[in-house]
Each structure stands twice: as C-alpha cells, then as structure tokens.
Design a protein around this ligand. Structure first.
Ligand SMILES: Cc1cc2nc3c(=O)[nH]c(=O)nc-3n(C[C@H](O)[C@H](O)[C@H](O)COP(=O)(O)OP(=O)(O)OC[C@H]3O[C@@H](n4cnc5c(N)ncnc54)[C@H](O)[C@@H]3O)c2cc1C
Ligand code: FES
Ligand code: FES
Length: 489
C-alpha cells in the first residue's frame, strides 16, 4: 500500500500525499501551481480552454494525448507526464513552432482560447507528421473560439506541419528517454490510498485489488475517464467519497481481435479503440468520431458509456443492435449478459453491489448483413444525441428479412430495442411497402420525452424516418420513397 500520487508536471516530479478525491487538474494547476496559462471556460469539457497534454506509457512507448484539465481529477494522474502550455517555449523565450505558427497566421485575437488550441495542435504535431485537413479539424473539434472563425488556426496547423523543424527543438522529444525512465520508476503494483479528512481516494494496484476495494466499498464511485463524473463535481458540486480510479489499469485496456468479434476492456478509451473498430466495424467508428471532442475521446471509455446507464449514451444502441455482451466482475467471479438486459429501467442497471464492468464483447456484423448507425444532434460535432438509432439487417436469398435488430437511444428511459418494428419486418420482403407499413410500430415501442434537445414528436418521427433512410441505403432509392423521406425529415 502506498500513500501518495506521483507524476511529472512539465519537468518537475510531483508527489502528493494530501489530496481531495475530486481535486481537478485545472484547479491544481491554476490555484496551487499558478500555471495560469491553462484557462477555465466552461468547466464541463466543451470549450477546450483548459487543454493540456497527458503522457503515459503504453506497451513501453510514451504517448501524449490532449485532455480537458477541468474534468480530469488529479487522483487519476499517477505515473503520467502532465504538460502545460508554459512548457513549450524555450528558456530564452523563443516560441515553439506551433506557437509561432499561430502568431504568423493571426490565429489569436482576444487570446482566451489560444493556450487550449496550442495544446491541441501540439498534441497533433507530436502524433501526426503531415496531418490532412480532416485530421486537423478532428483534433480541434473540442476547442471553441468566438473570435477567429477558425480558418487562421487551421492555417497555422497546416503551416507548422509543412515546415516541421528538427525534433531536437521540441521539449518533449528532447526529454523522451528521460521521461520514460522516470515514469517507469513511478509505476508499481501497489494500491494507493489517500485520506483527506473523511474523504478517501483509492487507486487499486490491479484488477483483483479493484474487485476487493469494491467488495469492501460497494458504494464507492468508480472513475474511468471522468468525462461524466467530472461534471457531477464541477456542475452539480457533488461530494464523492470514496473515489476509486481505474484509468491506469492496463488489464482493463486490452482490445483483442477475435474470430467472431472484438473484446474491448472497460478502460479502453474511444481514441484507443478507434483504429480497430474502424477496421472491423466502420459504421460504428464513424459514430465514435462524433462523440465529444478529441480531448473527451482521449479520456472517455466505452465502459463508462455503458456503466453510466444513460438513455442517451451513443454506444449502447449500436452495441445492442450488434448483439454485444457485457462482462461484469466482482470478488465472486465474472458473469456475462446481453447488453440490452443490462439496462433495466431509467437509473437502474443489472449490476450487483461490488460489481464493475470488466469489458464488452462485440460480434462483427455478418459479411452479408447491413449495419448502420445514425446520430441525430443539433450540432454535428461535440453534441449529445437527441436520438441515436442503429439497424442490423440480414436478408435471406429471396430478399426477405431473415433477422433485424433495431436499437435506439433517446427514445425511452434506457437504450432499447424496437421489438414491435422488428416483428413487423421479420419474414417480409425488404421493400418499400414493408418498411412503410412497419414504421408506425415505433409508436408501440417508444414513448419518448420532450426536452430541450428535441420534442417527443420530433424524436418519434426521426425514428420512423431513419428506418426509411436505412431502407433507402440498403435497397436502392426509388424516387417515390425519396420524396416521402425528405418531406418528413
Ligand atoms: C464535452 C462532452 C461531450 C460528450 N459527448 C458525448 C457524446 O457525444 N456521446 C456520448 O455518448 N457521451 C458523451 N459524453 C459523455 C461521456 O464522455 C461518455 O459517457 C463516456 O463514455 C463516459 O466514460 P468515462 O470513462 O469518462 O466515464 P466516467 O465519467 O469515469 O464514469 C461514468 C460512469 O460510469 C461508471 N463507471 C465507469 N467505468 C466503470 C466500470 N468499468 N465499471 C463500473 N462502473 C464504471 C462511473 O462510476 C460513472 O457512474 C460527453 C461528455 C463530455 C464532457
Ligand atoms: S474549461 Fe471548457 S473544456 Fe475545460
Ligand atoms: S481568440 Fe478570442 S476566443 Fe479565440
């Protein structure tokens, strides 16, 4: 057992044996270290003003990713390297090429968002030698600027990648070997526990230790990426105690490509899952690129998206449509169940006291099946779904519906299958007449709510029209049906 969190901040080793479980990295940087280059805009992961890089060892390599310091807890930083904007310029004041490009391209006006943009662009600069326009835009999805209109910032990113200076100029490239050695020395299998008054934070040394901690403390708050839990603290001012951090547990971060599907550990972040999912289930990967911004995808996990039980989480609908199973673990052992059965009702999941999500298994769509996911939100990027629907269809050789699984988020108190619609379709020819007749069965499956994202009527009509859209995409697009879909969309 250890009693301190250790990490590197820019060049300095930090050891903390006194720490509130929900101390955010942003408060730590600004209030305790006076590193005020990192700004607070929204305190909810949306604006990117607080962006810093966090480096960690993965399979022996050191990887830096942009994160939102406002919703990242210090307790989750053990054995990492935190890099803030103050670390970029040389000691003689010479700006880093990324900073200089922002100056040259007039990428800053009032300047409030600028450190956050710099850190996102720096993360891209470190990971991608010649980024495409799409890669640049993706890296900036989680940064908002109200002054520049973005074009000068994108130009700065293009400029710096064209005239890429020697890696020797870069503070992180120069110190890479040293940082790796220091992070190695900080790692270890010990469980860390810090008590601050009555509050406790626990960093289990292994998955078995996590199971034991939760057996002893079944009401503890598990924190993976903190992209949900962070907001409970910064927006709802909730006091959480004890808090158990799991984002460092490498045994929860494995993805295995199996013959019939993907096995994804609960601690795998969206960014880390992306490449494998893009190769195996491309339609699902397109959805992942629309979850939050880059910083949120670098922290958030699919395990957290399931465990939070939210009716508007984006990954459960496609996972349910694909027939995914969730694996739960406790000191009593492990059990697997179909993901759709995990969600019992709003706020209630089939999770026994002391259990945690260990991983999910996602079967591949059959090679002759059709699979599609549609996210409907007010903005394309960085927005929560009003509704998210997934369709998984198999046809027999005669063109009849052999099997179809349809699941929606945003339409009920849980992510849920549209069983009445499915029943209307199965065994019938996959035709315009069949889907048109089946669409009203959504009224039996769902009674959505009206809220500020969408009205109940909008959601219900959206679900019906998405069925039509799925039909059009899978069966060609007869003119008649095209008009019908457009008129109501
Ligand atoms: C700016 C922003 C944009 C977002 N955009 C989207 C979006 O587009 N679509 C979307 O679906 N979500 C979105 N989210 C929500 C969030 O990113 C996701 O729900 C994410 O998957 C949560 O994962 P996490 O690892 O951060 O979970 P955490 O916040 O760490 O935890 C979430 C919940 O799950 C529990 N938990 C986590 N892991 C486990 C485990 N292994 N076992 C048991 N319990 C566990 C926690 O106790 C908590 O109750 C957004 C969030 C932010 C801040
Ligand atoms: S302050 Fe806006 S994302 Fe952190
Ligand atoms: S320069 Fe003013 S918000 Fe971006």
């Amino acid at each position: 057992m250890s009693d301190s969190i250790r990490f590197i901040l820019n060049g300095e080793d930090i050891t903390l044996s006194s720490l509130r479980p929900t101390e955010t990295l942003l408060d730590f940087l600004r209030l305790q270290r006076r590193l005020t280059g990192t700004k607070e805009g929204c305190a909810e992961g949306d604006c990117g003003a607080c962006t810093v890089l966090v480096g960690r060892l993965i399979d022996g390599g050191l990887y830096y990713e942009s994160v939102n310091a406002c919703i990242r807890f210090v307790g989750s930083l053990h054995a990492t390297h935190v890099v803030t904007v103050e670390h970029l310029a040389a000691q003689n004041g010479t700006l880093h090429p990324v900073q200089q490009a922002m100056v040259d391209c007039h990428g800053s006006q009032c300047g409030f968002c600028t450190p956050g943009f710099i850190m996102s662009l720096y993360g891209l600069w470190l990971s991608t030698e010649k980024p495409s326009r799409a890669q640049i835009e993706k890296s900036l999805q989680g940064n908002l600027c109200r002054c520049t209109g973005y074009e000068p910032i994108v130009k700065a990113a293009e400029q710096v990648s064209q005239k890429r200076p020697s890696a020797l100029f870069d503070p992180l490239e120069k110190t890479r070997a040293d940082i790796i050695a220091r992070l190695w020395a900080m790692q270890g299998g010990d469980t860390i526990e810090i008590a601050e008054g009555a509050d406790r934070l626990i960093v289990p040394g292994s998955v078995a230790a996590l199971a034991q901690v939760l057996a002893d403390e079944p009401k503890a708050t598990v924190v993976a990426g903190s992209t949900d839990v962070g907001l409970w603290v910064t927006k709802q001012m909730r006091r959480l105690n004890p808090v158990v951090f799991i984002n460092h547990l490498t045994d929860l971060q494995r993805i295995s490509v199996e013959d019939d599907g993907l096995s994804i550990g609960a601690g795998v972040t969206y960014s880390r899952a992306f490449a494998v999912i893009a190769e195996k289930i491309p339609a699902f990967a397109n959805l992942i690129n629309r979850i939050g911004g880059e910083q949120v995808r670098n922290m958030g996990t699919i395990g957290g998206n399931i465990a939070n039980g939210s009716p508007i989480g984006d990954t459960p609908p496609p996972l349910i449509a694909l027939g995914a199973t969730v694996k739960l673990r406790s000191t009593a052992g492990t059990r697997s169940l179909p993901l759709e059965d995990f969600f019992i009702e709003y706020g209630k999941q089939d999770r026994h006291p002391g259990e945690f999500v260990e991983g999910i298994f996602v079967p591949y769509p059959a090679s002759d099946a059709h699979f599609a996911v549609y996210k409907i939100s007010k903005r394309r990027d960085e927005d929560i779904s009003a509704a998210c629907g997934a369709f998984h269809l198999s046809l027999d050789t005669a063109g009849n519906v052999q099997d179809i699984r349809i699941a929606f988020g945003g339409m009920a108190g849980t992510p849920k299958r549209a069983r009445s619609v499915e029943a209307e379709l199965i065994g019938k020819p996959w035709t315009e007449a069949t889907v048109t007749a089946a669409r009203d069965a959504f009224d039996s499956d769902y009674t959505p709510l009206s809220d500020w994202r969408a009205s109940a009527e909008y959601r219900q009509l959206t679900a019906k029209n998405l069925l039509i859209r799925f039909y059009l995409e899978t069966a060609g697009a007869p003119q008649e049906l095209k008009r019908f879909a457009t008129a109501e969309a």
